[in-house]
Ligand binder design. Structure first.
Ligand code: FAD
Length: 304
């Protein structure tokens, strides 16, 4: 058995595991994708003291840092539940098996929010994508739609405008809500059009590829079918907490409720990073919260 199990191998989880290992705590670091969301990011320029890095490089650096310590890295596994055993230990279910520990740090991050319309799943990776940095180059010279006109949508549109032939941003609200500087740059780009009040109703294709996206006009006008080869969905993120299934308190957005020490509603279970209700989802913030959760888990063990 471990003293502490950390679930999730993104910045929060790796930080927690390193802090625990440095205290001599027997730590398991479990996850299904080392590096987490960092893998989907290209340039990272706000990781303080590292003026510039790139997602895959940061993911490799996170692993290298973890490997410097006596941490049991358990890759390729997805946690599916957490229970309290009779002896007071915590058991984390991993597929058919379970691992036990005296404390657990939840660091399962967040994933892309889906539109929930017909065609979205059918054409995933056949034109429907959530990661402009990963898949943008596949749409060189093509027409694409970006769904969502917030910061990430507008950033995606600006990014794609350099590759695609034309970009149409479909925004649900009457106006795009992104930083002024991004909106200005978008307005100046001849390759980007914006349609507001657009509620995406369906992704259409020929069975093997996306061919169009159909939207309705929320302001009462006529909707339209927009011929595109790619649909980049940028409507926010959802915390990866469905697997917790009532074990710890979640807020109305499904985020794990934590206090200033990273403690959840379940004694011995701490949480950090994008899966929690702490504000601002950023790498340095997730790393810091991972350290906080680790120190709290350590204190929990020491006070036993
Ligand atoms: P994550 O990075 O989401 O890692 C969680 C890990 O847990 C994932 O690997 C996930 O697969 C895994 N997991 C989930 N459920 C389970 C389960 N049940 N069992 C096992 N494993 C599980 N931040 C910045 O500071 N600067 C930037 O420039 C920046 N750019 C970004 C660009 C994009 C496109 C995106 C999407 C995010 C960006 N961010 C940026 C935000 C930053 O990536 C996140 O805040 C940070 O990665 C959160 O770290 P985390 O460890 O909490 O979660």
């Amino acid at each position: 058995p471990y003293q502490v199990l950390v679930i999730g191998q993104g910045p929060a989880g790796v930080s927690a595991a390193v802090y625990l290992a440095r205290k001599g705590i027997r730590t398991g670091l479990v996850g299904d994708r080392f590096g987490g969301q960092v893998n989907d990011t290209l340039a990272i320029e706000n990781l303080i003291s590292v003026p510039h890095t790139e997602g895959p490089k940061l993911a490799a650096d996170l692993r290298a840092h973890a490997e410097q310590y006596d941490i049991d890295i358990i890759d390729g596994v997805t946690a599916s539940g957490i229970d309290r055993a009779d002896d007071g230990a915590l058991a984390v279910r991993l597929g058919g098996a379970a691992l036990t520990a005296r404390a657990v740090v939840l660091a399962t991050g967040a994933g892309w929010r889906r539109m929930g319309v017909p065609g979205e799943d059918e054409y995933r990776n056949k034109g429907v994508t959530y990661c402009p940095h990963c898949d943008g180059p596949l749409f060189k010279g093509r027409d694409v739609a970006v769904i969502g006109g917030g910061n990430s949508g507008v950033e995606a549109a600006l990014d794609l405008a350099g590759v695609a032939r034309h970009v149409t941003v479909l925004e649900f609200m009457p106006e795009c809500r992104a930083d002024e500087v991004l909106l200005r740059r978008m307005a100046e780009s001849p390759a980007i059009d914006v349609v507001t009040n657009a509620a995406v109703a369906e992704v259409l294709g020929d069975g093997s590829r996306v061919r169009a996206v159909r939207y309705e006009d929320r302001a009462g006008g006529a909707g339209a079918e927009l011929g595109v080869d790619g649909v980049f969905v940028q409507i926010g993120q959802v915390p990866n907490t469905g697997w917790l299934d009532g074990a710890v308190e979640l807020d109305d957005r499904g985020q794990v409720v934590v206090d200033a020490k990273g403690a959840t509603s379940m004694p011995g279970v701490f949480a950090a990073g994008d899966c929690t209700d702490a504000p601002y989802k950023q790498i340095v913030i997730a790393s810091g919260a991972g350290a906080t959760a680790a120190l709290s888990a350590w204190e929990h063990l020491v006070r036993g």
